[in-house]
Design a protein around this ligand. Structure first.
Ligand SMILES: [Zn+2]
Length: 276
């Protein structure tokens, strides 16, 4: 199911972790179809077996924490993501240059996991230095509307670039997307958007993410979580203030596959959001 050619074993581990709920959803679907459970992995992956969705109701975001014991943080966590970023409440940091991004052209494989379209890194060429630690890009994916809010408002979409360091710690770079000019940097991904949920991956060779990022890299920082079950905390969030653009057609192409795949904003509680 998962490729095993990762240079970093932890990266592969984390990917299966992040993808866990998604591939397990496919297994659950099989079970619902009354097929006997022949999959030997289903026992091993039991903790993240529960199907979840973005729809209101039994499997929706308000219920995630009750769907499986391993999802408890979705309900009980105190540092959950996404959050509303209220610009007037943000604390300004004296030190800037907290983040250095070193992206180079690299190969990705696209998959529709039933929750989003995700591009999994096939190597470890894309790096980021954050607070002195090096993280590798594991995967990126999209949400519509945006998951974070700026001053109480959603933007059209949000890109999440999920990074992991050698100890398995996660740092996610969030990039807001607003309607505007066609985004040529994502054209090769959009040409191949997988419309149906499948474990089959579609390869995109030589994708350069560096020009995709906003020119102004002023960012918001806070401690949060995964925005999908199991909602694991201790995830470092970096959200660029400047949005990037995609055309109305590009946004609509994604929304035809996923009309709404965002988790509502969570309480900030004791946390502060820092801006440099
Ligand atoms: Zn995300």
């Amino acid at each position: 199911m998962m490729r095993t050619n990762y240079a970093y074993p932890l990266l592969a581990l984390s990917l299966s972790f992040i993808l866990g709920a998604c591939s397990d959803q496919a297994k659950e679907t099989q079970t619902e179809d009354d097929q006997p459970d022949k999959n030997q992995e289903s026992q091993a992956t039991k903790p993240s077996d529960a199907h979840w969705s973005y729809k209101e109701g039994e499997t929706g975001p308000e219920q995630w924490g009750e769907l499986d014991s391993s999802y408890a943080a979705c309900m009980n966590g105190s540092e959950q993501s996404p959050v509303n970023i209220e610009f007037s409440q943000v604390k300004t940091s004296e030190k800037s240059g907290n983040i250095e991004i070193h992206y180079t052209p690299a190969a990705f494989s696209l998959v529709n996991n039933g929750h989003t379209v995700q591009a999994n890194a096939e190597g470890s060429g894309n790096r980021m230095i954050f607070e002195g630690k090096e993280y590798n890009l594991a995967q990126f994916h999209f949400h519509t509307p945006s998951e974070h809010q700026f001053n109480g408002h959603h933007l059209d979409m949000e890109l999440h670039l999920v990074h992991q360091d050698a100890n398995g710690e996660l740092a996610v770079l969030g990039v807001m997307i607003q309607e505007g000019k066609e985004n040529e940097n994502l054209a090769s991904v959009w040409d191949r958007l997988p419309k149906e949920e499948t474990e089959k991956e579609v390869s995109v060779e030589e994708l350069d993410l560096q020009p995709l990022l906003p020119k102004d890299q002023a960012s918001f920082y806070y401690n949060g979580s995964l925005t999908t079950p199991p909602c694991t905390e201790e995830v470092k969030w970096i959200v660029f203030e400047q949005p990037i653009e995609m055309s109305k057609e590009q946004i609509q192409e994604f929304q035809q596959i996923f009309p709404d795949n965002h988790r509502p904003v969570q309480s900030l509680n004791e946390r502060e959001i820092i801006k440099d």
